[in-house]
Ligand binder design. Structure first.
Ligand code: ADP
Ligand code: ASP
Ligand code: MG
Length: 403
């Protein structure tokens, strides 16, 4: 018995019946003598619908007003769920991000939590109330509402768990836990009992949306006891922790796909010192993250530099580079948004050579062409044509985990 933070995603609170069910999960935990903080996402597709609504009024609306709008989805969820808990006869209060003391930096729509001022939450818990908190949002130093980026409610939950030193942070979602690949996409995907913070962080950053990557980063930093489980089935979930016991022989934990990625190629860059610096410092200055980078061997006519960015940054990155074409000195710029990044992740691959060869063999057997490759100690990523993405994930998964 102690303090438990429970987070419920959009599908878990999609309608009145789902909200009543979530209220039961929360009150069951409370009945056992625990203190409970519950963090909720907006219902179903509410956030998408709000974005769509805004774009019909003003496609170039300011981020500040977007944050104001998007934060309302979570407010509806916590109020409704608090009402469901009241109806069950338990003491409860719902709080917005700012009422709960979630303080962020000033980056609208992608803010980072700087700290949580926990007095109000502590007060409410001491009154024996269940505390419901809106996910995905906080308040910045100028007093404006900010949102944490898509999928950010996971991060709200982990931040509260860290700040309150909770015993456990449970992320309730629409699948039973973290799988060897997206169970909605890949036949034969298996649930993992445990996964390390580092593996989960790679996975989350490589497109497995089951946890927001910043939530994992924070859980690792503050050693939060994290668990991913289903609000639908009641089955045991996946524990995310520092060290795991691997019962299976495999040293790969999961295969992930990211389709929100695009490639930029700069053709005919002068083969001289400082060109890569010019390209990538320009992008960094403009807060554009670059992922896989490939630079060909230079020759007298020049060299080619290829790299990937998030699809949402493609237009801006290409525009910036074109504005600076003379300064950088490339001959031609090509873009390709019809690509996908497929990755294998596993802490065990450091000590097991041959993972890359097996991955490439799977792609060869499936007739999938590899456009780019990048590796780290615990992951290997390849860039493939978008149309091949799903087939590539299935083929790699079959190779490492069998069907
Ligand atoms: P929530 O609304 O609860 O935050 P999300 O849609 O953000 O849920 O994340 C859950 C989804 O993540 C699942 O429905 C699943 O399709 C997807 N997913 C992708 N990769 C994985 C994986 N390796 N394991 C589990 N789920 C995954
Ligand atoms: N409602 C937000 C989104 O859809 C945050 C979240 O669900 O985590 O992205
Ligand atoms: Mg999510």
């Amino acid at each position: 018995m102690g303090l438990i933070v429970q987070k419920f995603g959009g599908t878990s609170v999609a309608d009145a019946n789902r909200i009543r069910h979530v209220a039961e999960i929360i009150t069951d935990t409370y009945k056992k003598g625990n203190k409970v903080i519950a963090v909720l996402s907006a219902q179903g597709d509410t956030t998408d619908d709000l974005i769509d609504m805004a774009s019909r009024i003003n496609p170039r609306a300011s981020n500040r007003e977007m944050d104001m709008l998007l934060s309302t989805g979570e407010q509806i969820s916590v109020a409704l769920c608090a009402m469901a808990i009241e109806a069950l006869g338990y003491p409860v209060i719902s709080l917005t991000g700012w009422q709960a003391g979630v303080i962020t930096n000033t980056v609208s729509r992608n803010a980072r939590i700087k700290r949580v001022d926990t007095e109000r939450i502590e007060e409410e818990l001491n009154r024996n109330r269940i505390v419901m908190v809106t996910g995905f949002q906080g308040i910045n130093r100028t007093g404006d509402i900010t949102t944490l980026g898509r999928g950010g409610s996971d991060t709200s939950a982990v931040a509260l768990a860290a700040a309150m030193d909770a015993e456990l942070c449970q992320i309730y979602t629409d699948v039973d836990g973290v799988y060897t690949a997206d169970p909605r996409l890949v036949k034969g995907a298996k649930k993992l009992d445990e996964v390390t913070y580092s593996e989960m962080l790679e996975l989350a950053s490589l497109g497995a949306q089951v946890l927001h990557n910043r939530s994992v980063e924070m859980a690792r930093k503050y050693n939060v006891n994290l668990e991913v489980l289903s609000s639908f089935t009641g089955h045991p979930g996946t524990k995310v922790k520092g060290v795991v016991k691997r019962v299976e022989k495999t040293y790969i934990s999961s295969v992930a796909k990211d389709k929100d990625i695009a490639r930029i190629a700069l053709i005919g860059v002068p083969n001289e010192t400082g060109t890569s610096f010019k390209v990538f410092s320009l992008l960094a200055k403009n807060h554009i993250n670059v992922d896989i980078i490939l630079q060909g061997i230079g020759h007298e006519e020049g060299k080619d530099i290829c790299f990937t960015v998030a699809s949402g940054d493609l237009e801006r990155a290409a525009g910036l580079l074109k504005e600076n074409q003379e300064e950088i000195g490339f001959v031609r710029l090509e873009t390709n948004a019809d690509v996908a990044k497929v990755s294998v992740v596993g802490a065990g691959m450091i000590n097991n050579p041959g993972v890359a060869a097996r991955m490439f063999e799977a792609l060869y057997d499936a007739g999938v062409n590899i456009n780019m490759i990048s590796t780290s100690e615990i992951k290997i990523s390849v860039l493939v044509d978008k149309k091949d993405g799903d087939r590539a994930v299935q083929a790699i998964h079959d190779k490492f985990f069998g069907l």
